[in-house]
Design a binder for this molecule. Structure first.
Ligand code: ZN
Length: 367
């Protein structure tokens, strides 16, 4: 906690020369493979194959195949299995939210990150110092996953995908209203919503259902497995059908979800006069929407916006903040101005899922 952790100050370190104290960077350190926990013998979200990986969530930049042992929530393990096949890791172990496990000299605990189904923040504790690696997270409500939990800690590791004051996502339900208004206005056209296949698509469907729309919603084939998986975990998504095999005329007046990359290729020719929408935090930037040929931008993000990032940092009480992937500078500056110790971690290999959701080659024409 800020101010209550004497080991965090240089003054205290100097006054107790005979006690070996763990500095945060002795517990977790950025290396080429990702965040390395030496005393625990593992890496968090490694971007290269390692012996023991602890993984925050199922997005492909965080959850990669080829590790020796993988520790993650059951949902994250299942998503990795769906994407990479049964042999995605040497061995796996599932951990529940709130469960504590000892690894080497550290203990770790998983807490909900509110990002996608099964996403977790990982609290790493060692000799009284607690570091929380939050992976990707959002503090906004999401009917498809457990809500974000504030975890008090000494060091908070935060993403910064939308780490600029210009990013304020607003209310996702209002964006869905825009979509449904457009569907009502153009009954002869189809609506094609680009949404990342894991998480965003299911959240958009759940939000559409919450808004009272109960007609069938159509899916690109690349989304079927993961969406059915969400349903198997108790996330109700209503009547879902595949686009494949549908007659063009029958898609008039309907809503279809597809990976963002599919909404700009020949796949869209099967739709009658499609209105192209895209659900992403980046849709706050008009130039991005124009660049992608998006007619109906929907500002819906699975990452915290500027207010979410700063409110969360405040709430953790952390005296030190490490900023990873995204727009690090402004957030580091904000922390420093508040008297917190802050630094960018310069981790390489993590991106924004909305910008990287390629359609598998075999799904491209088939779906
Ligand atoms: Zn993610």
């Amino acid at each position: 906690m800020r101010g209550s952790s004497p080991r965090m100050t240089g003054k205290n370190r100097r006054s107790t020369p005979y006690i070996t104290e763990m500095r945060p960077q002795d517990i977790l350190m950025p290396v080429a493979a990702g965040l390395c926990c030496k005393p625990g013998g593992f890496h968090i979200d490694p971007v290269r194959p390692v012996e023991r990986a602890v993984i925050t969530h199922g997005h492909s930049d965080h959850a990669r195949p080829g590790h020796g042992a993988v520790l993650a929530t059951q949902e994250t393990l299942d998503m990795m299995r769906l994407r990479y096949g049964d042999n995605f890791a040497g061995s796996t172990q599932a951990i529940a939210y709130g469960e504590q496990i000892k690894l080497g000299d550290v203990s770790i605990k998983f807490h909900p990150a509110g990002h996608v189904l099964g996403s977790a923040q990982i609290a790493v504790s060692c000799e009284g110092t607690c570091i929380v690696a939050s992976g990707d997270y959002k503090d906004a409500p999401d009917p498809t996953c457990a809500p974000f939990e504030v975890v008090p800690c000494d060091v908070f590791i935060t993403e910064a995908t939308f780490g600029l004051p210009v990013f304020r996502h607003g209310n996702a339900a209002d964006e869905i209203k825009k979509l449904l208004a457009s569907v009502a206005l153009f009954p002869e056209r189809s609506h094609l919503v680009g949404a990342y296949s894991l998480g965003k698509a299911q959240r958009v469907i759940a939000l559409i259902r919450e808004a009272g729309y109960d007609a069938p919603i159509y899916l690109h084939g690349a989304m079927e497995k993961i969406t059915r998986y969400y349903e198997s975990r108790g996330v109700a998504l209503g009547d879902l059908r595949m686009v494949k095999g549908m007659k063009k005329a029958d898609l008039a007046g309907t809503i279809t979800l597809a990976p963002p990359s599919a909404t700009s290729d020949i796949w869209t020719r099967r739709f009658p006069d499609p209105v192209t929408a895209f659900a992403s935090g980046w849709m706050r930037v008009r130039a991005r929407a124009r660049q992608r040929g998006v007619e109906l931008p929907l500002v819906i993000s699975d990452h915290a916006d500027w207010d979410g990032l700063t409110a969360t940092i405040d709430a953790t009480g952390a005296g030190e903040v490490w900023v990873t992937h995204g727009q690090e500078d402004a957030l580091v500056h904000w922390c420093t101005a508040k008297g917190l110790t802050a630094r960018p971690l310069d981790l390489v290999g993590y991106g924004d899922e909305d910008e990287s959701d390629p359609v598998p080659a075999d799904e491209d024409t088939e779906a």
